[in-house]
Design a protein around this ligand. Structure first.
Ligand code: IMP
Ligand code: MG
Length: 438
């Protein structure tokens, strides 16, 4: 392996979200300058210091917000709003921006400072989001712990929700499954607090898509994973039949679509591909799909042998994976190595340039799926009559780990990055209060 490749691999495994890290760095300066580590807790000076810090943080957040506005104008002005290639593409655009408003062609100041930044679908209300999160997390009152990655991640989520509510509206919410709706590998049981929140979305006439990597061709498998939710929709006496049709399941990233069915035991029916494939997806040739999966399978097998993984290979119609046997645990390093090996192998093949695919670390397994969640989310948008990316919110947990499969949703919608099912619940409540402030 050449040095270049080794560096590339190291970068991929240890990559960071540059936008979040950059904002964290900006806040670190006032934290260092204003924090009062030597002042005792009783001192009256403490409150004044916290107010100063709050003020400084808020000003920085306003500056970041303005840089993003400038960035979006610039991108639109230069007509490079193609569905992106940027690793961290958060994505496009505040409406009604005129060409003559652009400044330096081709590059925004934000792009210079954070080269991996993508484009944005809505305005991000970062200053207000900071104030909201500071009220909950008391970030500015901390004297020993600087604003963290999670502080900024949650501020950006709030900023996105405000952007959706103030400059647009939420017509479609798509959810990842594992870690977002239920714990990794678990199921959505009747007692899950996320269920009444999803029912509330449906009651409000919004659409819901479960966009999961879990790829099965038969409805009972999804019923097994989502039973609590599907039964609740089925049993609801407040949801109208039309509202009940507002929930769909997109499995295998973008491969299998199911719609709600009040009369079937599994509460779902399979929707044949010819009824929902996007135009571009129709060009995905069966021969190419087989060739790509054959290649991925051989890379997975070689990797499993090389790393002596306690694992077996599972080949499916639209996916191939490696999973542990006999209750074994595969280490994070082995999982990430496997993802990167197979990703690299397929990326460098000719079939890999013809077909989209997604190789990702599923926590204790590695899967390679045909397509990815950007396609999955777009299918949901089209299925519900062509919902705009600026009116779609995808909620997921995988935005950074090797092959992070929710990351691709940023190409098709606004996103919120959660770290647990309880954060999803908080986020849905935050959305509700943003829509209906008391
Ligand atoms: P997600 O978090 O909802 O996207 O679910 C990802 C998990 O689904 C993976 O970690 C796998 O354990 C599981 N899974 C089952 N079948 C498939 C498949 O065909 N492709 C990808 N993941 C699968
Ligand atoms: Mg997940």
């Amino acid at each position: 392996m050449t040095t270049r490749y080794r560096v590339e691999y190291a970068l991929k495994t240890h990559r960071r979200d540059q936008l979040i890290e950059w904002i964290k760095g900006l806040l670190a300066v006032p934290f260092v300058l204003h924090s009062q580590p030597t002042v005792t807790y009783q001192a009256t000076g403490l409150q004044t210091a916290a107010a100063d810090t709050y003020q400084r943080y808020a000003e920085i957040m306003r500056d970041v917000e303005n840089l993003i506005i400038d960035h979006s104008k610039n991108i639109l002005g230069n007509m490079i709003c193609h569905f992106g290639d940027s690793r961290l593409g958060l994505t496009i655009y505040p409406p009604a921006v005129q060409h003559h408003e652009r400044n330096s062609p081709g590059k925004s100041k934000l792009k210079l400072l954070v080269p991996s930044v993508g484009t944005f679908f809505t305005k991000l209300h970062i200053e207000d989001a900071f104030k909201y999160q500071d009220n909950r997390r008391f970030i500015s009152r901390r004297r020993f712990v600087a604003p963290s990655f999670n502080d900024i991640r949650l501020i950006l989520n709030s900023a996105q929700l405000l952007g959706l509510v103030r400059s647009s509206e939420v017509e479609l919410v798509t959810f990842d499954g594992d870690v977002t709706l239920y714990d990794d590998g678990a199921c959505l049981t009747a007692d899950s607090p996320v269920i009444p929140r999803i029912l509330r979305l449906l009651e409000q006439g919004r659409k819901v898509g479960i966009v999961t990597a879990a790829g099965y061709e038969d409805a009972p498998k999804y019923y097994g994973r989502l039973q609590g939710l599907l039964d609740a929709v089925h049993d609801s006496t407040t949801l109208t039949p039309t509202q009940k049709q507002g929930i769909i399941v997109m499995g295998g990233e973008s491969n299998f679509l199911f719609r709600f069915d009040q009369d079937s035991d599994a509460r779902l029916v399979y929707v044949p591909r010819d009824q929902w494939l996007l135009e571009d997806m129709r060009a995905w040739a069966e021969d190419d799909i087989k060739e790509l999966l054959d290649l991925a399978e051989s890379a997975l097998r070689a990797c499993a042998a090389n790393l002596d993984l306690p694992a077996a290979i599972l080949r499916k119609d639209r996916a191939v994976g490696v999973y542990p046997v006999n209750g074994a645990k595969i280490s994070r390093e082995q999982l990430e190595e496997t993802v990167l090996v197979v990703q690299n192998t397929v990326e460098r093949s000719t079939v890999g340039s013809r077909l989209p695919f997604c190789a990702f670390n599923g926590g204790n397994d590695v899967f390679v799926d045909i397509g990815d969640k950007s396609w999955g989310v777009r299918v949901c948008q089209q299925y519900f009559g062509g919902i705009d990316p600026s009116k779609t919110l995808h909620i997921g947990d995988q935005f950074l780990s090797a092959g992070a499969n929710d990351f691709k949703a940023r190409l098709a919608s606004t996103t919120a990055w959660i770290a647990s099912p309880s954060e999803t619940v908080d986020l849905l409540d935050e959305l509700e209060t943003s829509v209906n402030p008391s």
